[in-house]
Design a protein around this ligand. Structure first.
Ligand SMILES: [Zn+2]
Length: 167
């Protein structure tokens, strides 16, 4: 057997689709972490779907992150300080007009920024139905001027436990 054949055999044994999926998955999780989400799923669920693979995420600081689900490696995530700036970008680069433009303007008018979990510091959607079901709300301390809000029951329990340990 020549070296060339050995090479081919070795290459044949690699499951390329699994390998590529793993790489893809890792990159997706990196994107989620970059935008301060616990998982890629959470990022996707908390973003506005613009169509053709594009997503817009209304970050907790009020800015917007614009990204593509397949091309986020080649096309870096673009950040916009305000919704207005993003709308300008959409008109300029995507020639958005008429009904499409109207619906984008409407969607962005309705959009609320995400919140940051007091415990894990990841962002989450305040209107997540699962949180609503559990009756999770923000706790406002007017004296201290602070707002405490957790993304999940796990975080609220862990915060309680760590407070007990400190106290
Ligand atoms: Zn949390």
């Amino acid at each position: 057997m020549s070296t060339g054949d050995e090479w081919e055999d070795a290459l044949d044994q690699i499951d390329w689709s699994t390998l590529l999926n793993e790489v893809d998955h890792e990159l997706m999780e990196n994107l989620a972490l970059e935008l301060r989400f616990r998982t890629y799923e959470a990022l996707k669920q908390s973003s506005l779907v613009l169509g053709e693979g594009y997503y817009l995420t209304h970050l907790s600081d009020g800015s917007f992150a614009f990204w593509h689900e397949e091309r986020y490696v080649q096309e870096d995530v673009t950040f916009f300080e305000t919704g207005q700036l993003f709308i300008h970008h959409a008109i300029e680069h995507f020639h958005l007009e008429g009904e499409n433009l109207e619906s984008l303007v409407y969607m962005m008018g309705e959009s609320r920024p995400l919140k940051v979990c007091t415990f894990c510091e990841f962002q989450f959607h305040p209107d997540d139905p699962a949180r609503r079901e559990l009756g999770m709300e923000e706790i406002v301390d007017e004296q201290e001027g602070t707002i405490t809000e957790y993304c999940s029951p796990q975080c609220s329990i862990e915060a309680m436990v760590s407070e007990m340990k400190q106290g």
